[in-house]
Design a protein around this ligand. Structure first.
Ligand code: ADP
Ligand code: MG
Length: 206
């Protein structure tokens, strides 16, 4: 399975390209370390790319989640880790739009429980929840993979942008009160960049 290693490489590239921007976002409403945390986790994943490529989907997703949890640090480390560990539990060996959508939704629900956050609290969930909903809708409406991926990209970007005008009620940014308004949430931005990188990778294969 080459999809996962290719996705990790594509994600590392897009995060590298936006490194300075993400640092600025987390400096504005957090402590500035989000991109460092994420890059540490991605480097740990890249180091086990070979191993990941030999595993089944559930085993590979479990390994990704555990690796992120143990290497990333920050609030985002345990949340992204949780996303993949729960996806692993909810996924089957066969991956198609319907099974992936169910696994992703389960993963996002687990992030919500762990972070005790909902839509509209200016976090990564403002990207993740609309993407989970869009995947479910596409799977239920039997859209083609290309249509589903294009829809995912659109809602990920809209969700990320929606965080700009929100006041944060969870995470470090919540300490700023109204002063967080006007800044995009760093975790919403990195979630969107990663999702769009995977969607682009899959779109080139359609
Ligand atoms: P830390 O805030 O511990 O420094 P990071 O900087 O790596 O961790 O990650 C910050 C990001 O984590 C935020 O931009 C936000 O998207 C996400 N986040 C923080 N708290 C929560 C929460 N309770 N629920 C969901 N996401 C959260
Ligand atoms: Mg931080």
């Amino acid at each position: 399975m080459s999809l996962l290693p290719n996705a990790i490489t594509a994600i590392q590239q897009t995060i590298k390209n936006h490194e300075a921007e993400i640092t600025e976002l987390d400096k504005a409403i957090g402590d500035g370390d989000h991109v460092i945390n994420l890059q540490r986790g991605l480097a740990a994943l890249a180091a086990i790319n070979e191993e990941l490529s030999k595993l089944s989907w559930p085993m590979a997703l479990q390994k990704v989640g555990m690796t992120l949890m143990s290497t990333m640090g920050g609030a985002s480390g345990s949340l992204f880790g949780t996303l993949f560990v729960k996806m692993a539990k909810a996924s089957s060996a066969e991956m198609n739009l319907a099974t992936f959508s169910d696994a992703f939704s389960a993963g996002v629900e687990s992030v919500q429980q762990r972070g005790k956050a909902e839509l509209g609290e200016k976090t990564m969930l403002d990207t993740l929840i609309p993407v989970a909903n869009s995947l479910q809708l596409s799977a239920n409406s039997k859209l083609s993979m290309t249509e589903a991926l294009q829809a995912v990209k659109q809602v990920a970007i809209a969700g990320m942008e929606s965080t700009k005008e929100l006041q944060a009620t969870k995470g470090r940014a919540s300490f700023l009160g109204e002063r967080a308004i006007g800044h995009i949430d760093p975790g919403a931005r990195t979630s969107q960049l990663m999702i769009c990188a995977i969607a682009d990778l899959l779109l080139t294969k359609q």
